[in-house]
Design a protein around this ligand. Structure first.
Ligand code: ATP
Length: 217
């Protein structure tokens, strides 16, 4: 039996948009993932300003994921009190899923660039692989020197048959959208229907989200 590969896509998902879904699909194909778990963040220590209530972000994430085969939503970060640290989430997941499966943390290049600012970032690779992809103008070549060192040590051409410990890169067609730009567009009264899954846009309409407050980050 081949080792199961589980992709993990954490995000504020405020709101979840077509860029997130494209990232999950591209990763699933490129890395032969059996599953992708979407993990809405709880209180993110890196994003300043209040984000939309967790219950709304979770509901939108569930709607976007729908019944797509292999996709699911993991609520553990929302269920946790206090700050969200990815390394803790990975440790918990590893404990829950056992030593066998490959866990693959999926990141856009904006996140990969900042990796060295994450809490106990080197430990991430104890619990999972990291797979990063190009996102917008954040070139994969322009990493922090500490991230360069990590990539030089752990970078591989393809995911090895191991549960954790490697960094790989995969390609996806660019999807130029960010949640920040979407919140701003919605606050201006626009309806960016092509950038949001239809049930998510319906949910935003029904709950009057993002409509009359300045966008937050
Ligand atoms: P914000 O604008 O509020 O910072 P965001 O659009 O970056 O939000 P997040 O929820 O922070 O969304 O992103 C979660 C993950 O998805 C990150 O790893 C991020 O790099 C990746 N991601 C987000 N949008 C895209 C996109 N358009 N293309 C590729 N990856 C993306």
């Amino acid at each position: 039996m081949p080792r199961k590969r589980i992709g993990l896509l954490g995000g504020t998902f405020d709101p979840i948009h077509v860029g997130h879904l494209a990232l999950a699909s591209a990763a699933q194909l490129a890395l032969a993932l059996d599953e992708v778990r979407f993990i809405p963040t709880g209180h993110s220590w890196q994003k300043h300003g209040a984000s939309t209530a967790g219950e709304h972000r979770l509901a939108m994430t569930r709607l976007a994921v729908g019944d797509t085969p292999g996709w699911s939503v993991d609520t553990r970060e929302l269920d946790r009190e206090g700050a969200t640290y990815t390394v803790e989430t990975l440790r918990e997941l590893r404990e829950a899923l056992g030593p066998e499966p490959s866990l693959v943390l999926l990141l856009g290049s904006d996140q990969m660039r900042n990796l060295a600012t994450w809490h106990r970032y080197r430990e991430l690779l104890r619990y999972a692989h990291i797979a990063a992809t190009q996102r917008g103008p954040h070139r994969l070549a322009e990493f922090d020197p500490l991230v360069e060192v990590l990539v030089a040590t752990h970078g591989r051409d393809a995911l090895p048959d191991e549960p954790a410990g490697s960094i790989v890169f995969f390609r996806m067609p660019p999807v130029p959208v960010s949640a920040t730009a979407l919140r701003e567009a919605l606050a201006r009264g626009e309806r960016p229907a092509e950038l949001l899954p239809p049930p998510v846009l319906d949910y935003i309409d029904r709950h009057h989200l993002y409509q009359d407050r300045p966008a937050t980050r």
